[in-house]
Design a binder for this molecule. Sequence first.
Ligand code: ATP
Length: 234
Amino acid sequence: MLEVRDLQVAYGAAQALWGVSLEVRPGELLCVVGPNGAGKTTLINAIAGMLRARSGHIVLNGQDITQLPAHRFCEAGIALVPEGRRLFTGMSVQENLELGSYLPHAKAKRQETLAQVIELFPVIREKLASPAGELSGGQQQMVAIARALMARPRLLLLDEPSLGLSPRIVGDMFAAIRRINADGMSVLLVEQNVAMAMEVSQRAYVLEEGRVVAEGVPDELLARPEIQRAYLGV
Ligand code: ATP
C-alpha cells in the first residue's frame, strides 16, 4: 500500500537519508529500527509529508504523493503520531481528539470513531474533559495515537511510541498497536526498542546512517549475529 523508492532527504547540507526504499503491504505491521541518529524520524516525517524529499518517491496506493503539500498527506490517508506526542496540552483530551478528525470524511464519523478509540483505550473516557497536559506519559501517548486514528487513516505512522514510558506501560502500548493492526490498519512503526518492535511486527527494516542495511521477518533478523550484537546486547 505504501512504497518508498530511493528516498533522499537532507537538512540543508546535512543529508540524513541516502536512498531509502521500503514497502508497507496492505494490513501489515512493519517496523523500522536502528540506532540514535540513523534517520528513523526523518524517514517517518518525510512519509507524513512534514519533510520534503530531495529525490525519490513516496507512493500510496498507486498515487505518487511525494510532491503534495503537507496537509494533503493526511487527506491521502496517512496519519502520524509524532515523536514526543505533540498534544495541545492546554486543551482537553476531547478537543485534541476532535482536532484529529477535522477533515470532512473523518468529521462525518466522529462519534463512531470516538467510540472505537475509547474501546481501544478505555481510560480516555474518564479523561475526555481533562487538559491533555495533566495526563500521565502513557495516557498522553494513548491520546496521541487516538488522535491519529480519529482521522480514519489508511496508514498509521508511529514514531517511537515507547519513548519515556515505563516497561509495563510499553507492554500495554505495543499490545494496543497490535490490536489496531489486527483490526485491519496498516502500521509503520519506528522504534529504538528493537526487541519490542520486532516482537509485534510482521516485517522489519534496519536503518543505519540513513541507509537500509537489513530487512526481513523478525525471527530471521534476530537470528543474525550482527543484529544480536548491535541491538540486543548479545
Ligand atoms: P532518534 O532516535 O535520535 O530520533 P533517528 O534515527 O530518528 O534518531 P533522525 O532524528 O532522523 O534519526 O536524524 C538523522 C540525522 O539527521 C542525524 O544525523 C541528525 O543529526 C540529523 N538531523 C535530524 N534533524 C535535523 C535537523 N532539524 N537539522 C539538521 N540535522 C538534523
